[in-house]
Design a protein around this ligand. Structure first.
Ligand code: NAI
Length: 336
């Protein structure tokens, strides 16, 4: 099938080209993000393949449909960046990669926890400068602490498993409890209880209208003072302006982010010569107890291989049958 692959990075091309051998799709790699301005590049391609910061609203969906797009293949698990209702109305099929490597994201969440705690990022810089002073590097034992996991699906359960291995007590909040988590000894509680009792909280629920700004000023006030908050899910789960206030008051003791609500204009590009215009993001960067990575939690070779293989298989299934097991359904029920 002819595929226009937007937001194509060199690191992805090699995985897609290698995985495409048995499929034989005609892939055109396009470096720009998919926007109303770049959408004409997709004309006459029946399949368009996008990543997390290619935002497809109703107007852009209509533009794609008019250009002949039949299939929108997401190279991601999350689909909050796509207007599914518009896709359904226009007869476009949207497919995704529901699971590629939950371990990649879970392990990155734990990397943020360990970095924030033991300050390895600061220690690394100091030692390279010949500064072996330990002042400011004091950490704590994770063993015995209470870990709160919000969203105990594929990724959340792996975080719970790792933190169980560290010797943490596990609390969870999820409208659909996972029996595997309960087997680990995780206790499901209301969100307020999780917020109040956890020393470390990690977010792994999808972005939906219900989870938008789940961590807002009110939730931050309910935290155990000095708690650690980790978000590797979607940026808009956290109200970043409220998080700044929480950091200033000390209510948030540590903040680890791999995602940011306004990341679309920042992440995945080298902006090191530019002035960052987003003052909230810039303020977050100033805190010594904040570590931000640029949406790289998924970024392992295992995950990239699985993303390429599943995406290409999704496209083949659609081409051969007009259907795909990884199609996102129930568009008119919920936009998530
Ligand atoms: P999943 O669908 O397996 O698990 C999500 C869990 O969240 C489910 O158990 C669901 O019941 C729960 N949930 C739904 N609504 C909730 C609510 N209101 N409050 C609490 N929990 C709720 O998804 P998976 O694979 O674990 O991924 C989770 C999220 O991680 C994705 O939605 C995506 O946004 C994000 N993600 C981030 C990546 C990164 O590179 N930073 C890579 C892959 C996924």
């Amino acid at each position: 099938m002819k595929v226009a692959l937007f937001s194509a990075k060199s690191y992805e091309r090699s995985f897609f080209s290698a995985a495409n051998a048995p499929f034989g799709h005609e892939i055109t790699y396009l470096e720009p993000r998919l926007t109303p301005e770049t959408a004409p590049l997709a004309e006459h391609f029946p399949a368009v393949c996008i990543f997390v910061n290619d935002q497809v609203d109703a107007d852009l969906m209509a533009q794609l449909a008019q250009g002949g797009t039949q299939l929108l293949a997401l190279r991601s698990a999350g689909f909050n960046h796509v207007d599914l209702n518009a896709a359904e109305d226009l007869g476009l099929t949207v497919v995704r990669v529901p699971a590629y490597s939950p371990f990649a994201v879970a392990e990155h969440a734990v990397a943020l926890i360990l970095t924030l705690n033991r300050k390895t990022h600061r220690a690394y810089a100091r030692v390279r400068e010949g500064n072996f002073d330990l002042e400011g590097l004091l950490g704590f034992d994770i063993h015995g602490l209470t870990m709160g996991v919000v969203g105990t699906g594929k990724i959340g359960i792996e975080v719970a498993r790792i933190m169980h291995g560290f010797g943490c007590q596990l609390l969870g909040y999820d409208p659909y409890p996972n029996p595997e988590a309960e087997k680990l000894g995780l206790h499901y509680v209301e969100l307020d209880t999780l917020l109040a009792q956890s020393d470390i909280i990690s977010l792994h629920s999808p972005l939906t209208p219900e989870t938008y700004h789940l961590i807002n000023a009110d939730a931050i006030n309910r935290l155990k003072p000095g708690a650690m908050l980790i978000n590797t899910s979607r940026g808009a789960l956290v109200d970043a302006a409220a998080a700044i206030e929480g950091l200033k008051s000390g209510q948030i003791g540590y903040l680890g982010l791999d995602v940011y609500e306004e990341e679309a204009d920042l992440f995945f590009e080298d902006l090191s010569d530019r002035i960052i215009q987003d003052d909230i993001f810039a303020r977050l960067l100033t805190f010594p107890n904040v570590v931000i990575t640029g949406h790289q939690a998924f970024f392992t070779r295992n995950a990239l291989r699985a993303i390429a293989e599943t995406t290409l298989a999704n496209i083949r299934d659609f081409e051969q049958t007009g259907q795909c097991a990884n199609a996102i359904k129930s568009a008119h029920v919920t936009k998530s």
